[in-house]
Ligand binder design. Structure first.
Ligand code: SF4
Length: 357
């Protein structure tokens, strides 16, 4: 499978604090050894590094190719969620080698959004384990899982790509496989089976492949695996012991009713590709695009073509509780969501919608 990204960093920003702990140092060293030619630049913090925040947005992809940040995650709390998971776990990384044009992670990062990896991975895993033990057995099933507490471990990144740079994602899956009450889950747009087939998740990891019509993905899902490859990978990951769900997102409205036609074709394609075993365990989540003026302006500097699909001020309005986030007008979205759920029910009757918005 061809990688959608080039992994060959030229500069690695290294948070000084890493040197305070022998394990963090070793974890960072293992990563540095993979990129022996990279220049290492020591910094006080991994967040808001001035030359990254103020980088030239027209060099957006180049910065992703050239720069990696290594840091220590200090806030080890897990936020209650109830949508894709019961909890959003403390992040193990932030930023991403992909460059989806609607990515919310980029919203407050200024002129670039390179990958930052946190090297205190054992501490993060310990914090999740402790949290789940405190919760004890899950007695009341909910839509995220009937019997295990679910933790989204990839909310601010794509772990399939992180796994091309370090072994942290595999380590986490291994740790979850030993946790009595917890299950890991993460969304991904990249096929990296080599990484996942090296670990036995023992029923404690759910991968969520993000799917959208291939005809629109080529303009907005930049540096990700082709949609058909993601669909085919579902079958193989299930055979390897993973649970695999689908993340239908973001749903983008374009071309009058064209977006609806494209989704119906996508559902047909899924029907053809997914194995009976995959269909048996399938569920999905679905949600509409959210965007922001700041990201729109950045995007116009490196991929204006994608904005033709994402930027639609005539049907977008600020979100009620977050003024800087733009969503489709409520009545339009409500009707479109009704249509979407109905289409999933008809075309993929074996695939319940876990949640949607
Ligand atoms: S894969 Fe996820 S984190 Fe990465 S750029 Fe796309 S939306 Fe953002």
């Amino acid at each position: 499978m061809t990688s959608p990204v080039r992994v060959d960093f030229k500069k690695i920003y290294y948070q000084r604090r890493i040197a305070e702990n022998e394990t963090w140092k070793q974890n960072a060293q293992a990563i540095l050894e993979r990129f022996p030619n990279a220049e290492v630049i020591e910094v006080d913090q991994h967040w808001r590094i001035p030359e990254l925040a103020e980088a030239d947005p027209s060099q957006w992809i180049r910065t992703k190719n050239d720069v990696l940040v290594l840091g220590v995650k200090t806030t080890l709390s897990h936020q209650k969620n109830g949508r894709s998971a019961d909890y959003i776990a403390a992040s193990v990384s932030n930023g991403c080698l992909s460059s989806c044009q609607y990515c919310y992670v980029a919203r407050r990062k200024g002129g670039s959004n390179p990958l930052s990896l946190y090297v205190n991975i054992e501490q993060i895993a310990d914090a999740i384990e402790k949290h789940s033990v405190r919760l004890g057995a899950k007695l009341v099933p909910n839509q995220t899982d009937p019997s295990l507490w679910t933790y989204d471990i990839g909310c601010n990144a794509d772990l399939s790509l992180d796994a091309m740079v370090c072994d942290h994602p595999q380590y986490l899956i291994q740790r979850f496989s030993e946790m009595k009450y917890a299950k890991a889950t993460f969304a991904t747009k990249t096929v990296n089976e080599d990484a996942w087939l090296r670990v036995d998740p023992k029923g404690h990891t759910r991968i969520r492949y993000s799917i959208m019509p291939a005809s629109i993905a080529r303009y907005v899902d930049i540096r990700t695996s082709p949609i058909e490859d993601r669909m085919r990978s579902v079958n193989r990951l299930i055979d390897a012991g993973y649970e695999v769900h689908l993340n239908f997102s973001p749903i983008i409205m374009y071309g009058g009713d064209q977006w609806r036609k494209d989704w119906l074709e996508t559902f047909d394609q899924l029907n053809d590709i997914l194995s009976p075993k995959a269909k048996e365990q399938l569920a999905c989540e679905a949600f509409f695009l959210s965007h922001s003026e700041a990201v729109h302006e950045l995007n116009m500097q490196w991929n204006p073509k994608g904005e033709e699909f994402l930027w639609a001020p005539e049907i977008q309005a600020p979100k009620t509780n977050k003024e800087d986030v733009l969503v489709y007008n409520w009545s339009l979205r409500r009707d479109a969501l009704g249509w979407f759920e109905n289409a999933v029910g008809k075309k993929l009757p074996y695939c319940p919608v876990r949640y949607s918005f």
